[in-house]
Ligand binder design. Structure first.
Ligand code: NDP
Ligand code: MG
Length: 387
């Protein structure tokens, strides 16, 4: 196989670091040609010294000198600023752009990468939540692949190899249920950030860990699945499966169901996105049935965990509504992590924004930027005035 050059956006994060582990384990197959971070200069420098990319970008301008001098003995080009991320992804040497930054910040570089004809290994689900219609039509226009990294979507993607899209009856996204599965509103009212940051099965960045506890992560994944697999809302179902062994399921029109299983380890979906359509041999730990004599399933509690219902509603409404709930949720999570609002108030804040931010039925890229901006203003004002 020929060497694949990977640009990793968000290389200092949970997915970014695991992507570098995959690259390190397969030296002849991949090369990291771009690494980017928000502000973690130390780790970015360490990674760059080890992987020798062509470019590194630090989004936070105030850290530029630090990174520049840390890499002064190398011929690595150092850039800074959010715009530099969207510029560097167009570079000729890149084959695949792996988007592992958090939230709305992924939208601009992803659009730029698609327009430059780069395949996208997509971890940054928020980009598809915000602008799924625009991203998928751009991807088909520029003939680039959007390869899912999210474990549930990778599972579905793997189940669909060799199948026709129009034979899908429905899909089931599995959810662990998070640390508060089975809890009621009375309990959730007083949970702390430390309780919410403890995920039972996965170690991930802070934002997605809170999203998992509130079921917003599954809500965002429903929207992500709609766009990745071109489905109707009615074809997407969520089932709680606390062991996180079955990563998701496709049900076909003849009634057959295919599931993809394995121990929870993001390195597998990351690697599959990078080697697709091939598989490669790994030493990843194998699943043993007898370690899990029981795989269980239950209905998600969307009355208590309102974010799941909110996401379905936003998807049915369409237009800029998913963009509104994404921005409101980003503020809600940040405010919860700062101990400024309670766990259940996150859903309240999102619902306020859904009611207050003006609806746009057919948003352009600039409408999405405006919706995102406006929603953050309204959400922040509401936190200050009401909580
Ligand atoms: P982390 O918070 O661990 O890492 C985020 C990375 O993006 C870091 O490199 C960070 O830099 C950088 N970053 C953060 N904000 C910005 C910004 N505004 N501009 C530029 N760079 C930024 O996140 P995760 O790795 O957990 O998640 C990344 C994405 O992958 C998310 O969209 C998440 O939903 C998705 N995902 C994650 C999974 C997981 O297991 N972690 C599973 C499935 C999906 P710095 O280190 O300097 O802050
Ligand atoms: Mg997932």
């Amino acid at each position: 196989a020929e060497l694949r050059n990977i640009a990793i956006l968000g290389s200092t994060g949970s997915i970014g670091k695991q992507t570098l582990e995959v690259i390190e384990s397969n030296p002849g197959l991949f090369r990291a040609c771009v690494l980017t971070a928000q502000s973690n200069a130390d780790l970015l420098i360490q990674q760059a010294l080890k992987f020798n990319p062509d470019y590194v970008v630090i989004a936070d301008d105030t850290r530029y000198q630090e990174v520049k001098s840390g890499l002064s003995e190398t011929d690595i080009t150092v850039l800074s600023g959010a715009d530099a991320i969207a510029e560097v992804v167009t570079n000729n040497s890149i084959d695949i752009v792996l988007t592992a930054l958090v939230g709305f910040s992924g939208l601009k570089p992803t659009v730029a990468a698609i327009k430059a004809g780069k395949d996208i290994a997509l971890a940054n689900k928020e980009t598809l939540v915000v602008a799924g219609d625009l991203i998928t039509s751009l991807a088909s226009k520029y003939r680039v692949k959007i390869l899912p990294v999210d474990s549930e979507h990778s599972a579905i993607f793997q189940c669909l190899v060799g199948e026709e899209q129009n034979t899908i009856e429905k899909i089931y996204l599995t959810a662990s249920g998070g640390p508060f599965r089975g809890r009621d509103s009375y309990f959730l009212k007083t949970v702390t950030r430390l309780q919410a940051l403890k995920h039972p099965n996965w170690v991930m960045g802070a934002k997605i860990t809170i999203d998992s506890a509130s079921l917003m992560n599954k809500g965002l994944e429903v929207i992500e699945a709609k766009w990745l697999f071109n489905l109707d809302v009615s074809q997407i179902d969520v089932i709680v499966h606390p062991q996180s062994i079955i990563h998701s399921i496709v049900q076909f029109e003849d009634g057959s169901m295919k599931a993809q299983m394995g121990l929870p380890d993001m390195k597998l979906p990351i690697q599959y996105a990078l080697t697709y359509p091939q598989r490669i041999k790994t030493q990843f730990q194998r699943f043993n049935f007898l370690d899990y004599p029981q795989l269980t399933f239950e209905r998600p509690d969307a009355d208590t965990f309102r974010n799941l219902a909110i996401a379905f509603e936003a998807l049915r409404t369409g237009g800029n509504m998913p963009c509104i709930i994404n921005a409101a949720n980003e503020i809600a999570v940040a405010e919860f992590l700062n101990d400024r609002i309670g766990f259940l108030e996150m859903s309240e804040l999102i619902e306020v924004c859904m009611a207050k931010v003006s609806y746009v039925a057919n948003p352009s890229l600039s409408d999405y930027f405006e919706t995102d901006r406006l929603t953050r203003v309204i959400a922040s004002e509401f936190v200050t005035s009401s909580f």
